[in-house]
Design a protein around this ligand. Structure first.
Ligand code: SAM
Length: 421
């Protein structure tokens, strides 16, 4: 049968645009594969959760209005304080968009079919995780970076030149290999070639995508990334800070910082002379939302222009939690803003293309706190600036064409998250 246009685009790009809707479904694995030439992201390593095989009853697939009423009734005896009321109001504003987007997904039967196989659907690749050697525990870059040894650690980049002719015929013949050593911490490590490069540190191996770089450091060193000239600044700045949220499980995964630390992030100094689109991931805690809107964006010189929602679903299309569950919403917010090095007057604002409000990004979550790759959804909002210069702050992975900064930007670049082409 002829495949719908939307579906065949999705198979290539990882992005499915629902018709007449402001919602998209994305498969991060397919999106990220666009960054790699000799490797592929392993679907089974990317999706450790939400692929339970037991079929769900029909009623739990749709967020039914009955369960909503029941939840509301349960909450009645407890009267909401002002902050909870504000959070509830925000939720009620987003609710219709989220429900509509979810309906689009549930109606897209061919896509749902594909989704259920997305974890194993490796398109002629070997099963995921084939590169991992089970005896090697993953390095904790956060700990190593704090150690007095940190300045002495080096990473080996293994540049291999393949015979292109043979690659096309399906077999690869290595022509030569050149190894380069770089300090691992507080240093910009670059792969300027157009191909993936293998890297080695202690006993682990990593994949560095083509035309990408990382700077692994603590927040204190972030100023090293500020370009000497504003034309070398960034047009897209994605930030996913380690917000404190009090959950014990979060604390054990990565260190968090009190909100005031983020006030000094040099967003304006990182901004390109033509301006930047800033995309900030926030949690649903009302206190945090207030802080961002009243203090943080002001301190950064960012003007909030739109809010996107990341709606999280399981492989069967159902929401990961009831939409109305107060403390465990099945969505997170991405706040978008404009930043300019000069004061934001009407002339510089006119350079920005307006961002459409309330867009919904649907995906199946990967590992804990891992965000879907949104870069591919945003370029239309800064057509003036090309080629786009992108940076991710507090990154745990790398993307072709991007700079990744954080105290563990190689975390998801470990061989165990990839298969070889
Ligand atoms: N966006 C990432 C992803 O999709 O995987 C998740 C980022 S996570 C919310 C925040 C990151 O900030 C963690 O990797 C954490 O180790 C890092 N971090 C915490 N404290 C830091 C510090 N002082 N300096 C630099 N990075 C820090």
């Amino acid at each position: 049968p002829k495949m719908g246009d939307g579906l065949s685009t999705f198979l290539n790009s990882g992005i499915y645009q629902f018709e007449n809707s402001n919602a998209v479904f994305i498969d991060p694995v397919r999106v990220m594969n666009r960054s790699y030439t000799h490797f592929r992201v392993s679907p089974s390593a990317y999706y450790p959760r939400f692929f339970e095989s037991k079929p769900l009853a029909q009623e739990s697939r749709v967020s039914s209005s009955n369960s909503r009423k029941r939840k509301r009734k349960e909450k009645k005896p407890h009267s909401l304080n002002d902050r909870e009321k504000a959070a509830e109001q925000r939720h009620q504003e987003a609710r219709p968009f989220l429900l509509k987007a979810h309906k689009c997904l549930l109606r897209a039967t061919a896509l749902l079919e594909l989704m259920s196989n997305m974890r194993s659907d490796s398109e002629s690749l070997q099963e995921g995780g084939d590169l991992v050697s089970p005896s090697v525990p993953q390095q904790s870059f956060v700990e190593l970076g704090q150690d007095w040894h940190a300045p002495f650690h080096e990473i080996i980049l293994d540049f291999r030149q393949y015979d292109k002719l043979n690659v096309d015929k399906g077999s690869m013949i290595m022509q030569y290999s050149e190894q380069k050593l770089h300090p691992l911490f507080n240093n910009l490590v670059l792969n300027e070639t157009g191909d993936d490069v293998e890297a080695e540190f202690l006993s682990s191996r990593f994949v560095i995508p083509g035309k990408s770089c990382f700077y692994m450091s603590d927040l204190e060193q972030i100023h090293s990334l500020i370009p000497a000239e504003s034309c070398c600044g960034f047009n897209l700045i994605v930030v996913d800070p380690p917000w404190e949220n009090g959950s014990a499980s979060q604390k054990s995964r990565y260190p968090t910082l009190p909100n005031r630390y983020f006030l000094s992030l040099p967003i304006k100094q990182l901004t390109h002379a033509d301006g930047a689109l800033v995309a900030l991931w926030v949690t649903n805690r009302e206190k945090l939302r207030g802080f961002v809107e009243k203090e943080l964006f002001l301190a950064w010189g960012v003007m909030h222009v739109a809010t996107f929602y990341w709606l999280k679903v399981k492989a069967d299309g159902s929401l990961i939690n009831d939409l109305d569950l107060f403390h465990h919403r099945p969505y997170e917010c991405l706040l978008l803003g404009h930043c300019h090095r000069e004061a934001m007057d009407s002339e510089c604002l006119s350079k920005f293309k307006p961002v459409q409000h309330n867009q919904i990004i649907i995906s199946i979550p990967g590992a804990y706190s891992r965000k879907p790759p949104i870069g591919g959804l945003l370029p239309e909002y800064f057509p003036g600036f090309k080629p786009t210069r992108c940076i991710e702050l507090f990154a745990r992975e790398m993307t072709s064409g991007w700079t990744s900064w954080g105290n563990e930007p190689l975390h998801f670049q470990d061989f165990k998250y990839f298969t070889r082409n």
